[in-house]
Design a protein. Structure first.
Length: 357
């Protein structure tokens, strides 16, 4: 006996039936157009909606530019944002992780693109994320010129999403960092971080779970909820560092303290024959890091190669320009620590004295 297919199976399908809502995507584009427009800067030649974004580097004020590019994500900090239900800050994080890497090369960020992937598009959630991206672009002086929103049912669970960012900057030929005159006696200046930034969150979430602490409750060491302290957006150092670089001529290198902490990141910008000697008592370990260390039972070496420990950017500075550089950074709103010096290498690339406390 032959049976006919059910009427349901005979119904014509459309893209929305498979879980992809084109109308929601179009709605999101309309909502974020004003956010992107607010970040427009000299050099931008196109708005959202085209197949590509145009940028005139000469119109941005460069004569003989070298382009510098960077890409990054936010990592598992996104899981914390989902748990807390606060999505704006991770957009700032996304921009920060890219543009802070650009300024380390001595480059001025010019434009930014984002990639937002989810299982089912929640327009308001996505708008909150992209509002944070636009804020990060404004803080760093770069334009949000485009991006991609990918709705992929079956790839992500409801409420889950992932982010990636891409930024391009420029520096005049001959002005790139690190410089080739870095030497023994140069001073290390640290700039305070805003918190944990965007690295080490797989360990952070494990520590929170072990501690039994609630992300929704106020901390014993802060008036804010634990979740809000951990989600504090990454500090963007672009404008302050560019000001110090351009006005003093005394900045020889910068190191963005991301995954790998101070121990792994500072050697990336140092010549092979030099050693960074850091005095841990030159700054105070912020309360959130002290809490993570205590709850996780982490020793100092693990802290220093996992987290920024309160220092988000390090500058290598000519000793004769130290005060000038420090004053400019402070005028730009940075908290500055004189944290060590460079010396001829004898052993590890980074050595510590004092206590992390």
């Amino acid at each position: 006996m032959t049976t006919n297919s059910s009427s349901t199976n005979n119904q014509p399908l459309n893209y929305k039936d498979s879980g992809v809502d084109i109308d929601a995507g179009n709605n999101l584009v309309e909502k974020i157009k004003p956010l992107a427009a607010a970040t427009k800067r000299s050099g931008v030649m196109s708005g959202l909606g085209g197949f590509g974004a145009l940028f005139d580097v000469k119109a941005a004020g460069f004569v003989d530019p070298i382009l510098v590019s960077a890409t990054d994500g936010v990592g598992t900090k996104l899981k914390l944002a989902e748990m807390v239900g606060n999505h704006t800050g991770v957009g700032v994080d996304l921009v920060a992780m890219c543009v802070n890497d650009l300024v380390v090369q001595g480059a001025e960020p010019l434009f930014f693109l984002d990639y937002f992937a989810c299982g089912k598009l929640d327009v308001e959630q996505a708008r909150a994320v992209i509002a944070g991206i636009a804020k990060g672009c404004s803080l760093s002086g770069c334009a949000l010129v485009g991006g991609e929103t990918a709705e992929m049912p079956g790839m992500y669970k409801a409420g889950e999403y992932d982010l990636a960012g891409f930024s391009v900057g420029a520096a005049e030929r001959g002005s790139l960092l690190p410089r080739d005159d870095i030497g023994a006696g140069d001073v290390l200046l640290g700039l305070a971080s805003s918190g944990v930034h965007s690295n080490g969150f797989s360990l952070v979430r494990r520590i929170v779970e072990r501690s039994g602490a609630s992300l929704a409750e106020k901390c014993a060491f802060d008036e804010r909820k634990l979740g809000d302290v951990l989600l504090e957006p990454t500090r963007i150092y672009v404008k302050s560092c560019l000001s110090a670089i351009r006005k003093t001529g005394g900045v020889k290198a910068l190191a963005h303290i991301t995954g790998g902490g101070l121990t792994e990141n500072l050697p990336r910008v140092l010549p092979a024959g030099l050693q960074a000697q850091i005095d841990l008592s030159s700054w105070s370990l912020p309360p959130i890091f002290a809490w993570l260390q205590a709850q996780g039972g982490l020793d100092a070496s693990e802290m220093l190669r996992t987290f920024n420990c309160g220092v988000g950017m390090i500058l290598v500075c000519s000793p004769d320009k130290l005060e000038e550089v420090r004053q400019i950074l402070q005028a730009e709103g940075e908290q500055v620590f004189v944290m060590g010096v460079l010396a001829e290498k004898a052993g590890a690339a980074v050595v510590y004295s004092g206590d992390l406390s």
